[in-house]
Each structure stands twice: as C-alpha cells, then as structure tokens.
Design a protein around this ligand. Structure first.
Ligand code: XUL
Length: 544
C-alpha cells in the first residue's frame, strides 16, 4: 500500500485567503478553497480586504483578519474530511511588501497557543499597529526620495536592492511609520512581512523572511542576499533588531506548531518552509524554471514576470528583480490598475463578465483607433501619483470602446514596459482570476505575437507554494527530483493554448508605438500624437 504524500500551499492575497492541497501520487489537487475577506469577515468592514484612508494614497489591511482566515480555512478542510495528517510540508504566499508591526507579546503568545481557544482571541493584543500598510499604498513619496538620496541616487539604489525605491516597498513604509509615530515604532519589537507573519503563526515562533519577498523591501542586498546596513541606516534606527532573519526560500524553518496538531490533526513531523511573495510563488506555480518564457498574472494587481538566470536590473527603474524560489532571480513589473480598473468599466456599464467578454470579441483589434491610458488608481508603472483616465478618440459613455480600450491598454502597457528585459518570450503563461477569459488571452496573444497558455488552476501562487514544499520535502528525504519534475505534472494541467493571429501583428506593432507616444505626451509633455492616431485609423479602419 502506498502512503499518500500531501503538500499544502496557502496564499494570503489582497482579497482572499486560498489553500490548495496537492497529492503527489495522483498528481492532482485534493482540495482548493478560497475565502474572500469581504464575504467571510464582514465585521472588519473592508472593501475586498482593503481599508482606504484619507486621499486614497494610504491603503492598509487588518492582520488579525488574515489570522481569522487562517483558522477558518483549516476548519473548512476538516469539514471536508481531508486527513490533514497526510500533509508532509507546508509553505505559503503573501501579497508582497505589506508590513506587520508586533509588540513584545507576539513571540510569547505564539509559543503558548492553547488549542482549546481560537487564534484571534489569543493574538488580538500582539500588534503595535492595528493595521498593516499593503502594496496598494502610495503615500511614501517623501520617504522614497529620502532613502534614494541616502543610498546615492537611483542607479545605486537599484544596484544595491534590485529596485529603485517604491512607495509600496517595506523600507519606505517603515520609515514613514517611524517618522510619524516614533513611540509606536519604539514599542515595535518585530516587523514582519505578510508572508513571514503568516508563517510565524504556523511555526509558533518568529519565522524568517525568504529572499524572494525580502527583495521587495529596499532593505536587502540583492547580490549578497543579506540585510544591507546602508539601507537599514537610511530607513529607521535600530531596524536590524526588529527584522527577522533572511533565509533561502527552499530551506526548512521548523515543524508545525502543536496548536495545529491538537486542533486540526496535523502530523507533528509536518515541515514548514518560509512563505514567499505571491509573485515568486506564482513563478513556480506556472512552471517558470527556465529562460524564454514569461507569465502574466491578472489579479488585483496585474504582473508581468519571468525567470532570470543572471541578475540584470531595469535601467529605467520601473521594474524589479526579486530572488526566485529556485535560488535564481526573477524580473517583475507590477501594474496597480489591474482587476479594479477592469471592474470599474464593467460596473459602469452594468455588464456581466460574459457580456464584457462578448464586447471584447465583437470590437476589432485596434479598437477603431481608440486609445486609453487607464489610471483609475495611482499607478506603479508608469509612476502616476494623481490618477486620471485619458481617452483618445472616444468618451467615457461609449461602452464598446471603453471595454476594448481597458484591456488593450493594459496589455499594450505590459508589452511596452517589459521591453527592457531584452528578450521576447516565446510563450506567455496566463494566470490569475481574469485569465479564465479567453477573449482577454486572445488580446495578450495578438499584442505580444506569442502563444498564450491558460491554466486550469488559476491560483498559481498557492499552487507554487505547495510545489515548493514538495521540492524541499523530497530533497530532505534524499529523493532526487529536479524542479522540472516537480512542476511538470501540475503545471501541465493546461486549459486552452491561444495563438496569435498573424494578420494583427503589424497593427499591434504600430499601436504599441502610438501607446508609447501617448504616454510620453501625457506624462512628460511630449508632442501630441493625434496625427499618428489619424494615420493609424486610415491604415487599419478606413471605410471604403
Ligand atoms: C508586486 C506587488 C503586487 C503584490 C500583490 O510587487 O506589489 O503584485 O504582491 O499581489
């Protein structure tokens, strides 16, 4: 009789907590559950997991809500009669950059968790700051400038930390907390990322930060993969003592806390890996373990990412280099106007996603020459602090043009802003909620002139975490399995492959050019490209 080997991947994202258990023997997911925060935890009164303050620039969430969600997901697995003792290893994924501020009670509370009580009541007093700034926060421009200056400018900052300073990155967020609330900063004993905070609960002790998520802080030396004293000094006093250690993503951090063994029937030998960011996890979850491939994740944020063998940073400073869970590197470009921007258009015209998709298919590529710059929210790439939506050739009431324009603009922007990578991918993997829509994937294929692969499992971050735990478990037990073998069966559960239509290749080459010109016009005061848009219309949409 074979013994089942289950692996669990959790994903604490902006809008929900997801858990996927995979069975390595049958190569199938055993269960996948997602708990949207607004639906399951309405008492926090968040907007899909988010609390917005003031002028929309300050965006936080409640770490205690994530704790409640963690407890609930295990109850759901138990209700579904899943034998949790078969889980050999666990890892997780967190929305990147968000910081959790904890007081002197945190570590003790974790070590003394009582399984007859719930996590929430035992952890509600461990925070030195009730809320956690998350990646959607864009309120730290001043701190970004100060840190960048202390590190000797943009180029040096990028070379040291893998990225220029960004408003959402943990370092600038910590600096702002220190500057605005020095007493609370002083009382903070430990600062975790979302990932290491959640891992700490499973571990029953402070968990380290992995190199993948550590790279999203403007605090880690991207080459040496250690905390950079220079960056720490530029951020806040005594910071090193408040940060957990850094660790390789594939190392073991310990075994599961007795709280979960007693309460949910986990096996005492279940090993834990550090959690990582959602993007490094997704890299594994879509099987990006070699060059030449890229992925697009269409979630709350849209991201464009790829595996990177040798460290190579973005000279424009718009994108990032993170450590990948394999021990290599990855490139990442993050666009804040993802799902929320798509929803804004869908809701404005009271459309269902089905109707939205039908319009996408009906309106021709190139959108009759209509172009949008879609900054419904402050944008990360390109850097926009005061959001505004720009429409050229149509107005906000034209339903068909708006639907096609929002998707085309998102994809054109991705193509334009990923050009620095210097390598056209030969395939793009699509993941995240909106990747279910093949009309959107057809636009990705056409704009980029490559095949786009759709996956059956749309939560690649949770799947990636489960696969990471399998790799480490087998390594520990001397069972040789390469990364390729680990990801093969799970990431080949593909849906449709969507091919580019050659007849639109030139149209989209021209449209990317137009898009760049419009960005230049709006953001940098360049010349108005209206005459190019007229030419584009004559060429592709001339009525006979
Ligand atoms: C990446 C980023 C987002 C978050 C939330 O830099 O900010 O992708 O990780 O998904």
């Amino acid at each position: 009789m074979s013994i089942k080997e289950y692996f669990l991947g959790l994903d604490c994202s902006t809008q929900s907590l997801t858990g996927i258990i995979i069975d390595f023997e049958s190569k199938k997911p055993v269960i996948s559950r997602s708990l949207p925060f607004s639906e399951y935890f309405p008492h926090y009164n968040t907007d899909h997991g988010i609390i917005k303050f003031e002028d929309g620039k300050v965006v936080h969430s409640y770490p205690l809500m994530w704790v409640e969600a963690l407890e609930l997901i295990f109850s759901k697995f138990k209700e579904a009669e899943i034998d949790l003792s078969l889980i050999k290893a666990i890892s997780g994924s967190g929305q990147q950059h968000g910081t959790v501020y904890l007081n002197e009670k945190f570590c003790k509370a974790l070590k003394n968790l009582n399984s007859t009580k719930n996590l929430k009541e035992q952890l509600e007093n461990v925070f030195s700051r009730e809320t956690a700034p998350i990646w959607m926060d864009s309120s730290t421009t001043r701190q970004c400038e100060e840190i960048r200056k202390s590190l000797g400018g943009k180029k040096n900052t990028i070379e040291l930390t893998g990225s220029d300073t960004f408003e959402r990155f943990s370092g600038p967020q910590i600096k702002k907390f220190y500057q605005e609330n020095p007493e609370a900063y002083e009382k903070t004993k430990i600062i975790h990322l979302v990932s290491s905070f959640m891992a700490s609960i499973l571990l029953g002790d402070n968990a380290p930060i992995d190199h993948g998520d550590g790279a999203g802080m403007n605090l880690m030396d991207i080459i040496k993969k250690i905390w950079s004293d220079k960056a720490l000094d530029a951020t806040a006093p005594n910071l090193k003592n408040k940060l957990p250690n850094l660790i390789k993503s594939y190392h073991i951090i310990g075994t599961i806390s007795s709280y979960f063994i007693k309460k949910y029937g986990f096996n005492p030998e279940t090993i834990l890996l550090p959690w990582s960011g959602d993007n490094p996890n997704s890299l594994i979850g879509v099987g990006l373990i070699e060059k030449g491939k890229a992925a697009i994740s269409l979630g709350t944020s849209d991201t464009y990412f790829g595996f990177m063998e040798k460290l190579h940073t973005d000279p424009h400073g718009e994108s990032h280099v993170f450590a990948s869970p394999t021990g290599d590197y990855m490139s990442l470009i993050c666009f804040k106007n993802g799902a929320i921007a798509r929803e804004k258009i869908k809701n404005k015209f009271n459309l269902s996603w089905d109707e939205f998709s039908k319009i996408l298919e009906k309106i021709p590529p190139g959108n009759n020459g209509n172009i949008m710059l879609p900054y419904f929210l402050p944008e990360i790439v390109p850097h926009i602090l005061n959001p505004k939506v720009y429409r050229f050739g149509f107005d906000e009431n034209n339903k068909d043009a708006n639907v096609r324009a929002i998707i085309e603009s998102q994809i054109l922007s991705m193509r334009h802003h990923s050009e620095w990578i210097g390598e056209k991918p030969n395939i793009i993997y699509a993941t995240g909620g909106a990747s279910k829509d093949t009309a959107i994937l057809q636009i990705i294929a056409d704009v980029n002139d490559v095949d786009v692969v759709q996956f059956e499992i749309s939560n690649s971050a949770a799947l990636g975490a489960a696969l990471r735990s399998a790799k480490t478990y087998y390594d520990k037990n001397g069972v040789k399995k390469s990364w390729a073998e680990i990801v093969k069966d799970f990431t080949s559960m593909r849906g449709t492959v969507i091919s580019p239509r050659k007849k639109y290749r030139k149209l989209y080459d021209d449209m990317v050019f137009l898009y760049k010109e419009y960005e230049d016009f709006v953001l940098r005061g360049g010349i108005n490209p209206e005459k190019y848009r007229q030419k584009f219309m004559e060429l592709y949409f001339k009525k006979n």
